[in-house]
Design a binder for this molecule. Structure first.
Ligand code: PMP
Length: 393
């Protein structure tokens, strides 16, 4: 029989995060208690107002296809949110509602990437951006976000990486996996760069509401002449703990939205009808629930920063946002892979080796603190044990 699978899929790897998660599930089936720090899924229930709104919407009969663009009241509510929170001036017609940010990324890539086109992606980065580029037969070109550079963009490097084939640059702020944020100055420089090189910016702002104080989140599309060359992606999964609802949106100039909608129409038709209605309530009434979660993330993050920096061999810059600690383990003297394997096999602690997010992640592990405070305390004690084990060897 012929090989029917496209050759391009030989480049696409299953998510390293999922592989670890599968292993933990197997260990749990054997009756072991696992300390889960591997997945980027909020551990809180969705705020009650949002769940109630979903149920009411089903009962009311919002159970049919909607406009492929998304229901107008949600597009209007998103436009209002962008105006109020992000200083962005989009009309409802410049918003497309999608089934999750993952779909939004796929739609956006489908819109702009032709075979052989290059796209600048952070290193380290949440892996979907890289794998989706391979699926498009495009070339992911990685730019570094290094600890030495405070996880900001190095424009000398960017200058070397950009070619005539570069279509766009992806930014994620706050970052997955680093938890860092791009400063206003970096974003201003990036805006100049994008205009000078005539490339688009894909701005993933899904963690924008999960920030811890000193730094402010900026939307690059709000900068001078940037709206026309930015595609902003945002969603409900993280802020409102709605990962299973599958709801997100793209904000972009109307001519992009028109074609994005065609792509979206042919793979999803529309986001789930009653979930869209719940999305309106999330934007209008979900803030209290979101604030509660934020407060708890901050408590966990403060503990992690203090504890990690007290452990010999480890260091951690203050994460500014999201719910990830990107811990430098270079002082321990083993690879991130070996460190994570030992922790999972021997101590039942699930972390993700930094190299899953790109070569620049070697020497780091990602700890997702969307996990209970008690588990974090115990998990970090076990991580300390692992450090002692390796350093006394
Ligand atoms: N962007 C980033 C940076 C993410 O971390 C994630 C989820 N891990 C997504 C997008 C996808 O979110 P959604 O649930 O909306 O597909």
């Amino acid at each position: 029989m012929r090989d029917f699978i496209c050759s391009k899929f030989s480049n696409v790897e299953p998510s390293g995060i999922r592989k670890i998660n599968e292993k933990t599930l197997e260990m749990e089936r054997e009756g072991k208690k696992i300390y889960h720090f591997e997945v980027g899924r909020p551990d809180f229930d969705t705020p009650k107002v949002i769940k109630d709104a979903t149920i009411k919407s089903i009962e009311r009969g919002d159970v049919f296809y909607t406009s492929n663009f998304g229901i107008m009241p949600l597009r209007e509510a998103v436009a209002e949110k962008l105006r109020e929170d992000n200083n962005l001036d989009y009309s409802a017609k410049e918003i497309l509602i999608t089934a999750g940010a993952s779909e939004a990324i796929f739609d956006t890539y489908s819109l702009i990437l032709e075979e052989g086109d290059e796209i600048l992606i952070p290193n380290p980065c949440w892996p979907n951006y890289v794998n989706a580029a391979h699926i498009m037969n495009a070339v992911p070109v990685r730019y570094s976000l290094s600890e030495e550079n405070d996880f900001q963009i190095d424009f000398n490097e960017l200058e070397e990486l950009v070619t005539e084939k570069t279509k766009a640059i992806v930014i994620i702020t706050p970052s997955n996996p680093i938890g860092s944020m791009l400063s206003k100055e970096t974003l201003e420089n990036l805006a100049d760069f994008a205009k000078r090189k005539d490339i688009l910016v894909i701005s993933d702002e899904i963690y924008e509401k999960i920030v811890y104080g000193t730094k402010k989140h900026y939307s690059i599309a709000s900068f001078d002449e940037m709206k026309e060359r930015t595609i902003t992606i945002n969603g409900f999964s993280k802020t409102y703990s709605m990962t299973g609802f599958r709801l997100a949106y793209i904000a972009a100039p109307e001519e992009y939205i028109r074609v994005l909608n065609i792509i979206h129409q042919h793979n999803t038709s529309c986001a789930t009808s009653f979930v869209q209605h719940a999305g309106i309530v999330a934007l209008k009434e979900g803030q209290e629930g979101a604030q509660k979660m934020l407060k708890e993330y901050k408590r966990r993050r403060d503990y992690i920063v203090e504890k990690v920096n007290s452990i010999d061999g480890l260091s951690l810059n203050n994460p500014d946002g999201a719910f990830y600690a990107f811990i430098n383990i270079k002082g321990v003297g083993v690879s991130a892979e070996e460190f994570c394997k030992y922790l999972l096999d021997e101590l039942c602690v699930a972390l993700v080796p930094g190299n899953v997010f790109g070569t620049a992640g070697e020497g780091f592990v990602r700890l997702s603190y969307a996990s209970s405070y008690e588990d974090i305390v115990e998990g970090l004690d076990r991580i300390e044990k692992a450090c002692k084990h390796f350093m006394n060897k």
